[in-house]
Design a protein around this ligand. Structure first.
Ligand code: FAD
Length: 543
């Protein structure tokens, strides 16, 4: 099997042109090409009127070695890498002498940790504080419609984790030499995701499909002997200390039950603030880490499409256009776009009463009228010094201020972009109607943001107009606040066995522990940590 990269064809090429291009590049007749599949398809839209598709294909010929030898000069031709996932251990704990491993949290990290453990025959127990994805959907949509927040069942908590009501973007910039991202995508396809996520350069799934996929993965884990328990909040960690070594021995649940275990995957996401506090109180090593704050910005999707794709706007292969923006402000802060949701909606993402948090989601079709993206400013522990958990208090203060400014009824405070930059409150929407439910209350967002953030954001919007023409639009709507961009803490782990720096048996993982940022990277981290658990249990088997 060979891989051939950088096959460039016009956007509207006919189907046979791809095969023709492969034959021409390899200099072989049609009968010598046995088969090929598209490994990746991306596009180059720098010239809007003549957008180019770029393919990478895996192919088989009647003489791969000969083709490779004759095309030595083509740096884009190579043997196809083996991307199949291989388990690191099998047959571990078969006699059940060790307690079962436990996974806390059923977001993408916990889901993949549990799946891999189950596929390795380790029969994990999964504890999730929220409800099943169907029940959770009702609670979350109920909050958006009726302003009734359930602190245990919402955008952040419940089966599927934080990314369930999302755009379902499935790409990441992590280094992935073992192709673990491929394993994540392959499992998603098995669970019902469209096959195209395996080859398009920026795959996404959208909310409704994610719900069904999460259910399918739950079924597989259970069929393999895993046990999934919903509405089971972990409230404490039993840590035994002997000769200076701290070893996790069990977990306490809100129900009063205790579960004995020596191996726990801690995949609790970035919003489990009560659990962060408990971990800190129990002496688990945590430290403050940088994150970002800002707001969601909504433009008409058509403006972004035309700006990015010109006359090709609306082309089905291109879909709704996205953007990626960065501005380095004079005050030293980086302002950047984050979690862009083309053709999507802004959502209420709070998990604590009396606080307002924004985020974004979309459906697979990305057909809603507005493009939204978080525009955020980087902040670091120097902005909230003192305590490892001080970032959480910083977030809480901002979220409370947003709740008050929005009218204390879960409306989010909002402002027109032109007014924000000019420093005056907004009173009336223009052509852009915000999508956030329950509603947006127009006001002056600068009154609740730290001055450095306001300053950097005011500078960034006009600068972004140079990158996306039309971006600095007077009536684009800003809705705030976006505070949960990533975890405000890192629960540090050792590089070699992925266990907590000072607590053996505890495997901090995913976004909450500071080791992932997004669905794909959280899934990949879940796989890595499941492997580390399996290896640790295999070692204990031998003792
Ligand atoms: P989480 O998904 O947060 O899961 C943690 C789970 O642990 C939760 O289900 C929680 O209920 C459970 N839990 C917490 N504490 C306890 C406890 N004490 N006991 C038991 N259970 C507990 N990323 C992308 O890549 N693409 C996107 O398009 C995208 N869109 C997003 C849209 C929204 C609205 C949001 C909120 C996030 C989005 N993200 C997106 C980010 C992505 O969802 C997260 O990076 C990802 O979910 C992190 O995975 P995780 O498994 O580490 O944590």
């Amino acid at each position: 099997m060979l891989r051939l990269n950088e096959i460039k064809l016009p956007l509207n090429h006919a189907e046979h042109e791809l095969k023709d291009a492969i034959l021409a590049r390899l200099g072989i007749p049609a009968e010598a090409l046995l088969n090929f599949i598209v490994h990746k398809r991306s596009y180059d839209a720098r010239k809007k009127a003549s957008i180019v598709l770029i393919y990478s294909v895996d192919l088989e010929t009647t003489d791969d070695a000969g083709v490779l030898a004759r095309n030595q000069r083509d740096v884009h031709l190579m043997p196809a890498p083996d991307m199949e996932y291989k388990f690191v251990a099998q047959g571990v704990n078969v006699r059940g002498q060790q307690p079962r491993p436990v996974v806390i949290g059923m977001g993408p990290c916990g889901l993949f940790a549990a799946l891999i453990l189950a596929q390795m025959g380790l029969k994990p127990i999964i504890l999730e504080r929220g409800k099943t994805v169907r029940e959770r959907t009702k609670d979350t949509f109920g909050f958006w419609r009726k302003r009734e927040l359930n602190p245990e069942s919402n955008v952040q908590f419940g089966e599927g984790g934080a990314g369930t009501f999302s755009d379902g973007k499935l790409y990441s910039q992590i280094k992935d030499p073992r192709h673990l991202g491929r394993k994540v995508l392959t499992e998603f396809v098995k669970a019902g995701a469209p096959e195209e996520i395996l080859y398009v350069s920026k795959p996404h799934i959208g909310t409704f499909r994610l719900v069904k996929m999460v259910e399918a993965m739950r079924e597989e884990i259970m069929a393999l002997g895993g046990e999934i328990r919903f509405e089971q909040r972990v409230t404490d960690f039993d840590i035994e200390e002997k000769n200076g070594v701290r070893q996790l021995r069990g977990l306490q649940l809100a129900s009063g039950e205790r579960i004995a275990t020596n191996h726990v995957v801690l995949a609790i996401g970035h919003s489990s603030r009560d659990t962060f506090q408990t971990l800190y109180d129990r002496g688990v090593y945590v430290e403050a880490k940088p994150f970002s704050i800002g707001f969601r910005v909504e433009h008409p999707q058509s403006l972004i499409d035309v700006c990015r794709f010109g006359p090709n706007a609306g082309h089905p292969i291109l879909g709704a256009a996205d953007y990626k923006l960065v501005h380095h402000a004079k005050n030293g802060r980086a302002v950047y776009s984050f979690c862009m949701c083309p053709g999507g909606t802004v959502v209420a993402a709070a998990s604590e009463p009396g606080r307002v948090v924004t985020n974004g989601m979309s459906q697979y079709s990305r057909a809603e009228r507005n493009a939204n993206s978080a525009i955020v400013v980087s902040i670091s522990p120097e902005d909230y010094p003192g305590h490892p958990l001080a970032g959480i208090e910083f977030q809480r203060r901002l979220e409370e201020a947003a709740f008050k400014l929005g009218g204390e009824n879960y409306n989010a405070p909002g402002q027109l972009m032109g007014d924000f930059v000019a420093g005056r409150p907004s009173t009336e929407f223009g052509a852009v109607i915000p999508s956030y439910k329950p509603g947006v209350h127009l006001t002056d967002l600068a009154t609740i943001l730290p001055d450095f953030a306001t300053e950097a954001l005011r500078e960034a919007f006009p600068a972004f107009d140079k990158q996306v023409r039309g971006y600095f639009k007077h009536d684009a709507v800003l809705t705030g606040l976006e505070t949960r961009t990533s975890s405000p803490i890192r629960i540090k782990r050792r590089d070699d066995d992925l266990q907590s720096l000072n607590t053996r048996g505890l495997f901090p993982a995913g976004e909450g522990a500071g080791y992932a940022g997004g669905i794909l990277s959280a899934g990949v981290d879940g796989i890595k940590v499941a492997e580390a658990v399996a290896l640790s249990m295999a070692a204990a088997d031998k003792l």
